[in-house]
Design a protein around this ligand. Structure first.
Ligand code: NAI
Length: 383
């Protein structure tokens, strides 16, 4: 049975809206039936109607919550793809209304709000997922499976990067798409780490299966006048002893997207880059380099399940998002049918991950101010 899906934010011209619509629509699991897509009510309604939402194109999210709650064919899942400072209020309201939610990152602005969302998801029994969408890539999932089954032995070192150069021009200071990101009133305690660094840190946890426990950060604002950081180097330690290194930057001119992850264990190393997501580089100790291709034979069930196009043709970011949606469709159906979920699909990032990221964001800001002091990066509720 097809599921009903709605979206808040992701209006015309937004950065991330189209990737969600492509991802949710790809496998025929979800019908896009409702939305409050824009902060300008009329523009949101107009765009929603053009996308086929009819009278379920709402002017704002409160109207949508009320309208959907009253329907028999209410949405099964809502995606929250608005700017960061609104995530908490909207996610909270929809969980309380009994809806499953996929929230964009960062899930909240504070650790306390993150704990409240985790608590609420547990209390209501609703799914609250967080869109660390890059974990949907087939070869990221294969990397995780290889590490879990011991192909690298014990993990020694993880190196994660998310460094781009798109905020490097001082002439952009007043550009509305850039300015808010470095304004503490709108962005909170961190800019680049909260925007991109958390993807890299979550990826380090996702592939190794270890949580970040403590960290030390060196943060800088490379452009004069910026209050929040545009470059950070973070050292961290993980729950099963892995050592983590993370560099994130928005002033790395020449770098485009820049998310990469490398894991080094006792008996091998792995390297994957978001800009070449169809190849995973595997170096077994003392042997020759192997290039693992997405879609080839002999990959893990997790990788097979999240791969659609024949080997040799590139799959990109909207298809990674589609895998998060496919996991969520399976999770919603399994709950409805009262059956266990397919373990190869049980990989979508949870509210707990969003909370851990928020604790890391605040630890990075505090450590950066304290000259790199080592700080507990775990949220209080997981200590
Ligand atoms: P954007 O500024 O390009 O678009 C935001 C959209 O939300 C606009 O259409 C705006 O009109 C709408 N909006 C704002 N307030 C609203 C409200 N109260 N109700 C309904 N609609 C509202 O922003 P962008 O870059 O698309 O980012 C949105 C979120 O997605 C952010 O939290 C960002 O961190 C996250 N993001 C996640 C990525 C990922 O890889 N997971 C990548 C890019 C962004």
């Amino acid at each position: 049975m097809r599921l009903n899906w709605g979206m808040i934010g992701g209006g015309e011209g937004s950065q991330i809206g189209p990737a969600h619509r492509l991802g949710a629509g790809l496998d025929g699991a979800f019908d896009f039936v409702a939305g409050a897509l824009d902060h300008r009510a009329e523009a949101g309604r107009d765009y929603g109607r053009r996308l086929g939402l009819g009278d379920r194109a709402y002017g704002d999210w409160r109207e949508m919550l009320e309208g959907e709650a009253a329907r028999d064919d209410r949405i099964d899942l809502v995606t929250v793809a608005t700017p960061n400072a609104t995530h908490y209020e909207i996610t909270r309201a929809f969980l309380e209304g009994g809806f499953h939610v996929l929230c964009e990152k960062p899930m909240t602005m504070t650790v306390e709000e993150g704990e409240a969302i985790v608590g609420l998801a547990r209390e209501t029994g609703r799914i609250c997922a967080v869109n660390y969408g890059y974990t949907g890539y087939s070869l990221v999932r294969h990397m995780r499976a290889m590490i879990a089954r011991g192909d690298l032995g014990r993990t020694r070192v993880v190196v994660a990067e998310f460094a781009h150069g798109h905020h490097a021009d001082a002439a952009d200071a007043e550009n509305p798409r850039v300015r808010w990101r470095y304004d503490p009133a709108q962005a909170g305690v961190s800019a680049q780490f909260a925007d991109c660094g958390i993807h890299a840190m979550h990826m380090a946890s996702f592939v190794t299966g270890q949580e970040v426990e403590r960290l030390s950060a060196d943060i800088v604002s490379a452009l004069p006048g910026r209050v929040l950081e545009d470059d950070a180097m973070v050292n961290f330690r993980m729950s099963d002893g892995a050592v983590g290194r993370l560099w994130t930057s928005s002033v790395a001119i020449g770098r485009q997207h820049g998310l990469t992850i490398q894991v080094f264990g006792e008996t091998g190393g792995l390297r994957w880059a978001q800009e070449q997501p169809n190849q995973l580089y595997y170096m077994p100790l003392g042997q020759r380099l192997q290039v693992i291709e997405r879609g080839e034979c002999g990959l893990s069930p997790e990788a097979d399940r999240s791969s659609r196009v024949t080997v040799g043709h590139a799959e990109g970011m909207p298809l990674a998002f589609a895998n998060i949606y496919s996991d969520l469709a399976e999770a919603i159906r399994a709950r409805r049918d009262g059956r266990a979920m397919d373990p190869a699909a049980d990989l979508y990032p949870r509210a707990e991950d969003g909370l851990r990221s928020m604790a890391a964001v605040h630890a990075v800001a505090a450590s950066g101010k304290a000259d790199g002091a080592w700080i507990d990066a775990r949220p209080p509720m997981f200590r």
